[in-house]
Structures are given as C-alpha cells and as structure tokens.
Design a protein around this ligand. Structure first.
Ligand SMILES: *Cc1c(COP(=O)(O)O)cnc(C)c1O
Length: 390
C-alpha cells in the first residue's frame, strides 16, 4: 500500500492524476519469496498434464498473425454448455476481475453507486472506485452473514446500480444465504452480482436462482465465476459472468476489442474437458480444509467455519501482524487481513497441499506455544487464552 502510495505521489508531481484516484491505495498481496505460499487462495495443484498437452496442441493451431476470434465463439459455447445456459448469457474476460470492471463500466460510473457488504472482497469496491462509481458500504452481522436487515439498510440509504454478494465470501469463508440473495433480487433497483470465485466449494449456486428468478428479477441477476481458483489456472487470467443477454451485450460493448487472446480462449476450452479432475481436486482441498479446521480448534485462535478453500482465524494471544511475521520467518506466507474493515486481528490461510498445511500447522503451534513459554502448560494455555490479549 505504501509503495502504491509513493508511486502515486511521484506521478502527482509531474502530471496531475485523476483526483478521485489520488487517495486510492492499490490492491496488492505482497509477493514474498517463501516455501509455503498460502496467501492468495490459488489451487495448490497444477492443472492435469493432459490439459497442458491439449493446450499445446491448440496453441499449434493458432494463426498468430491474425487477431483472435473477437466473439470467442467456441469458448463462449463451451462455458454455456458447462452451465446449461445459452451462449448469449456468457461474457468471458481476463479474469473475473475484468468482468467486474466491464460490468461497472457499463452500469456504474459517475453519479451511480455500487453496494458491498463488508467485510468482503476488496476488489468489488476498488474497481467500483476506479470506474468512478460511488461505493456504499453495508455491513455483515457479527457472524459475517448478510441478513435481510443488512439488505434493507443498504437499499434504504442508497439506490445501488450494482449490489455485490460474494458466495462463499472472501475472506470470511461462508456461503451467502440463498434466501437473502433472493430477497435482494426482489428488492434491489439494479443488478445483483453474486461473485462465485469459490462456487465449486460452496453449498449452493446463485445459478440455481437464474431459472426461478423469472421476469424483472431474472433480468438483474449476474453470477461471476473464474478459472483462477478451482480450475488451477490463475496464471491464465480467465473468468466469466453469466447473466441476462442484455447485460452480456453491454459488457461486450465496453470490453476492449479482441480482449481475449487466442491462448486464453484455448486454455478455457481445454479446461472444460477436464471437469472430473477439477472436482477431484476440490474434494481433496475440502478434506484438507476440514483437517486444518479441526487442528485450529485445538490452538489458541478463534476460527470461523468455511465453505471455501481458505480459513479466517484470529490469534487470541498475540497480534495478527506479529504472528504473520513469525510465520514468514518459518517460510509460511498467509494473508494479513488485520487492517481490513471489520477484520481486526484476523489472518487468512489458503488450503495448500497436505504437506504445506502440515508445515503451516506445525509452525503455528510452535509460535503460539513458544509465546506461552516453557513453564506454561500448553493444554491450559489453549483453553485459557484471553480474547484480544497481548
Ligand atoms: C480470487 C477471486 C476472484 C478471482 O479473480 P480473477 O480475476 O478471476 O483471478 C474473484 N472474486 C473473488 C471473490 C476472489 O476471491
């Protein structure tokens, strides 16, 4: 954040930056070099070898002197077929973040508002501001759930052109309540966007509401998905939205020409032939998540149950930042969420391979026990921690 800040002020000295961007800090997870990287919610597994072979063979067929298929017809149909929707309901982009940007270019902008429910994925409000869209921040309840009351409070104080949900919610981990999303669909004046970056880990999908939400409510629902997490393809930068054809057409019209390069299109097409392998990986990660969850309950930390591939927790006996740094010393990198709104004292850990998770859990236990000191009985320590202590 400070690096982004100093870059901005250097620029400001020469050519004045857009005023509304001056105060805007960048969204960057530090890329520290460590052995165990559990900070950005990627899959710990590479994609299947057969996917890579297929991609290589598709890459050989590309005519590199020509622009890519602007309408990415084959990829669009493959994504549509995967979800059982019409191709006119699919918009693909360089990561779901670009899909969010296109949505906000088309439906946000000066004089319009996007609503979010904090704590949630920071990029929803960040990209809103980048596109000149005002942000209305609603708040989740004490258990990080969006309730009807949260929705009412947001809708009565703003008329958002776009209302963001995140299911499962990053960084708190729980799926949104389908009943509340349905309620928002029935009452919000603008688009209701459900970001399902972790959808395959979740308990339900807002795509299930797409059929039911007929009439005007159905014209407002947009679901975001990405290949970056469950598909093990973060390096490819490919994501998409499913929504009403008018919304897809609007996104097509604000996207840059030929925004999806031929290799990205090929990567997505090849991936969709490997659904089973993806699902196997999701199952492995869920099993590991449950193991981490159980181990955390034996340590002096507060945890929340998760429907995703990450877990939020709060150490009771030391400040989050101190723990984060001690873990980096052990070559384990987590996400420090402690300065995010509503997440004081919290860290987020991404589920890694079994070996990585074991290294994380051992390092964590070592650090927390070392703090307790050799004279303190560890069992007593784990039940006697004071909330907000240290
Ligand atoms: C990781 C993540 C994304 C993914 O963004 P891409 O641009 O597709 O890599 C989107 N939404 C949420 C909530 C995420 O956590």
């Amino acid at each position: 954040m400070s690096r982004a800040g100093s870059g901005v002020s250097r620029l400001r000295a020469s050519i004045p930056l857009r005023e509304d961007l001056v105060e805007l800090a960048g969204y960057h997870s530090p890329q520290v070099s460590v052995e165990v990287r559990l900070n950005t919610n990627e899959s710990p597994f590479p994609p299947p070898a057969s996917w890579l072979e297929e991609l290589v063979s598709l890459a050989r067929q590309v005519e590199y002197h020509r622009y890519p298929d602007r309408g990415y017809v084959a990829l669009r149909s493959a994504v549509a077929a995967h979800h059982g929707v019409e191709p006119e309901m699919v918009f693909c982009a360089n990561g779901s973040n670009e899909a969010i940007q296109c949505l906000l270019l088309a439906y946000g902008g000066p004089g319009r508002t996007a609503a979010v429910f904090e704590p949630t994925y920071a990029l929803h409000s960040h990209i809103s501001r980048l596109t000149g869209t005002a942000v209305h921040r609603g708040w989740r309840d004490g258990e990080f759930a969006v309730t009807r009351e949260c929705v009412d409070s947001v809708l009565s104080s703003s008329a958002p052109a776009v209302t963001f949900f995140c299911s499962p919610n990053n960084p708190t981990g729980r799926s949104e309540d389908p009943e509340v999303v349905g309620y928002a669909l029935a009452s919000a004046p603008g688009l209701v966007v459900v970001d399902e970056a972790y959808g395959q880990f979740g308990r339900w999908s807002a795509l299930d509401l797409m059929g039911d939400a007929a009439g005007s409510a159905g014209e407002r629902l947009v679901v975001l998905r990405t290949f970056s997490k469950t598909w093990s393809m973060a390096a490819c930068r490919l994501g998409y939205l499913i929504g009403p054809p008018e919304v897809v057409a609007a996104c097509d019209s604000v996207a840059l020409p030929y925004h999806l390069n031929s290799l990205t299109q090929a990567a997505g097409i090849a991936a969709l032939a490997h659904v089973e392998e993806m699902e196997e990986r999701v199952a492995l990660i869920i099993a590991e998540r449950e193991r981490i969850e159980r181990s955390l309950t034996e340590l002096d930390v507060e945890t929340w149950s998760s429907d995703a591939n990450f877990l939020l927790f709060r150490p009771r006996s030391m400040p989050a930042r101190v723990l984060w740094e001690a873990l980096v010393e052990e070559s384990v990198l987590l996400r420090d969420c402690s300065s995010w709104p509503g997440l004081e004292g919290c860290l987020r850990v991404t589920v890694g391979t079994a070996e990585e998770n074991t290294r994380f859990l051992r390092a964590l236990a070592r650090i927390l026990h070392a703090l307790a000191g050799p004279t303190v009985d560890t069992a007593a320590q784990s039940t006697g921690g004071q909330e907000g202590g240290a």
